[in-house]
Design a protein around this ligand. Structure first.
Ligand code: TEU
Length: 537
């Protein structure tokens, strides 16, 4: 691609002009999970100098934009998705100067850098929350969502609503000091900010966004972007899980009444003046009609979003049954691909292409067959072909390009470090139902977020080249690292890595058919073949 300007002409191999399009439509994005990519100082935790040392690897692969998962100061209750200071770097990742150096290194190569913007919630350790919880009349009290308790007929204290959080348990935590509950859609360590408060919104724009854009980064992947506006009546959700006191309630706090107003404001006030690219994470929003308003160019909200129907295949639901694995036929994968490929046709919206991220198991283990080296290789290449031909902006996740697989099923539950995995496991154990524990463990072995978070496999040296030999990586290195790694695949024409290196230039060359094409699914009910074609737009 090579174009750094706002727009560039999209031409196909036969010089057919597709039109002037924003640069990010043709860009290949690559997500780095910094704790697990490359450790430069032997503390077993990946860091920014480590990323910098591999920037040419990404450049040569054909990556245009690097997306770094959160690197900010954090107590790491949820791997940095709990930020305690948006302007400081979590020390094990390095320094702010390291981020500047990475930004420059990207720009020198014609690449861009985007950061993860986590502003639905902060950490409980953030100064804003410390102030907010200190007294009911603190000026920042209303920057978070505080509610009084309810009491049942026996005088027993109850949370304000019956909502279940993503990480099991209630969305409310009682705070002794001021005797009120605060809301957290995720862990108790992640209190939700109150976007209805205009001062709070201004502080977010200034403190978390302009600060980084002023330092030269190119945009944001925006975490949980559709949860800033909640319904304000705070009522119980209908009981859909009679076994639990806490009920899934996304209709209460997702895509709420002011959400489009907030996102438009964020764009006008911050993103647009900096010409920053935005890709929002849009969970619990599975209908095209709901998604389009977020990505319509005329609506001036987000450039792109991640819609999760396909990547959630196999999960029970987003809540209590998430890790009760649900097998699915190929026709379901095909139908979802078709829906989310075509939903922008005839509109001014745009779509994204991805099959992995840090919140899901490895695609080759979920959608492929890893029972033999040959089937593993063919599966990973099939996924590569599928992803690199689809319409929209392409997002790759670290390790996808070498076919990294899920952690072995022989590993015990102790190797699962993620807060979500631990809480679901604990919830099952507490239920006293052995079959539930077994089902959850089985589901985690396929779907857990941990699988994508183990150290990146660079070479055959001890610790897979992720960190120095003898160091203790924060997550266990996969047993298969001597077989699956970058060094082994580089230069091997039959490898998955070289297949990606071949496909990405082809995607560019035939961008009128792939990135900008019209996807047409053929033979939709065939459970053995996935056949599709593209037409030029
Ligand atoms: O995820 C938001 C989210 O709601 C999910 O889609 C996520 O996959 C999770 O597993 C829900 O069960 C984002 C981040 O990507 C995730 O890593 C964080 O844990 C979460 O926000 C909270 O910040």
């Amino acid at each position: 691609m090579g174009s750094i300007g706002d727009f560039h002409a999209v031409t196909d191999a036969s010089k057919c002009l597709v039109g002037k399009v924003p640069w990010w439509k043709d860009a290949v994005f690559y997500q780095i999970y910094p704790a697990s990519f490359k450790d430069s100082n032997g503390d077993g935790w990946g860091d920014i100098p480590g990323v910098l040392s591999r920037i040419d690897y990404l450049h040569e692969l054909g990556v245009d934009v690097v997306w770094l998962s959160p690197i900010f100061e954090s107590p790491q209750a949820d791997m940095g998705y709990d930020v305690s200071d948006y302007q400081k770097i979590y020390a094990p990742y390095g320094t702010i100067e390291d981020v500047d150096a990475l930004t420059s290194a990207c720009h020198e190569r014609g690449m861009k850098l985007i950061l993860d913007l986590v502003v639905n919630h902060t950490s409980i350790e953030h100064e804003w929350f410390k102030e907010s919880r200190s007294s009911k009349d603190n000026p920042k009290r209303d920057w978070y969502i505080w509610k009084p308790a309810r009491y049942d007929g026996n005088g027993q204290r109850l949370p304000p609503t019956n909502w279940r959080s993503y990480f099991a348990g209630p969305t409310w935590t009682w705070d002794e000091l001021t005797e009120e509950y605060y809301l957290h859609l995720y862990a108790p360590e992640q209190p939700d900010l109150n976007w209805d408060n205009a001062d709070c919104r201004k502080a977010i724009y200034e403190n978390t966004m302009r600060f980084w854009l002023d330092r030269g980064i190119d945009g944001f992947r925006i975490d949980t972007v559709n949860k800033y506006s909640k319904r304000t009546d705070f009522v119980d959700a209908p009981v859909s899980d009679p076994t639990s006191a806490h009920q899934p309630a996304p209709e209460m706090w997702c895509n709420g009444p002011r959400i489009h107003e907030f996102i438009r404001e964020m764009r006008q006030e911050v993103l647009e003046p900096y010409n920053a690219v935005s890709v929002g994470e849009l969970s619990n929003t599975p209908h095209p009609a709901q998604v389009l308003p977020y990505v319509s160019a005329a609506a001036k909200e987000l450039d792109m979003v991640f819609e999760f129907s396909m990547i959630r295949l196999g999960t029970g639901d987003g809540f209590g049954a998430k890790y009760i694995y649900q097998p699915f036929p190929l026709s379901r994968l095909k139908a979802l691909t078709s829906t989310w490929q075509t939903f922008v046709e005839g509109t001014d919206g745009w779509t994204t292409v991805f099959c992995e991220n840090h919140d899901n198991g490895r695609a080759v283990s979920r959608f492929g067959d890893t029972s033999s080296p040959e089937l593993w290789r063919r599966s990973a290449k099939t996924l590569a072909l599928w992803q690199t031909t689809l319409t929209g902006s392409l997002f790759l996740y670290q390790g996808q390009e070498i076919g990294m697989v899920n952690m072995p099923t022989t590993w015990g539950i102790d190797e699962y470090k993620d807060i979500e995995s631990s809480r679901f496991f604990l919830e099952a154990v507490k239920s006293g139902d052995a079959s539930r524990v077994e089902a959850i463990v089985g589901g985690l072995q396929i779907l857990a977020r941990d699988h994508s978070r183990i150290p990146f496999q660079w070479d055959t040296s001890p610790n897979a080249g992720f960190t120095v030999p003898g160091a203790h990586p924060w997550m266990r290195v996969h047993d298969n690292y001597r077989d699956i790694n970058v060094a082994r695949q580089s230069g091997d024409a039959s490898s998955i890595l070289e297949f990606y290196r071949t496909l990405l230039p082809l995607r560019r060359k035939y961008r009128h058919l792939f990135t900008h094409g019209l996807f047409r699914l053929l033979d939709p009910m065939n459970e053995a073949l996935f056949v599709y074609m593209f037409q030029s737009r």
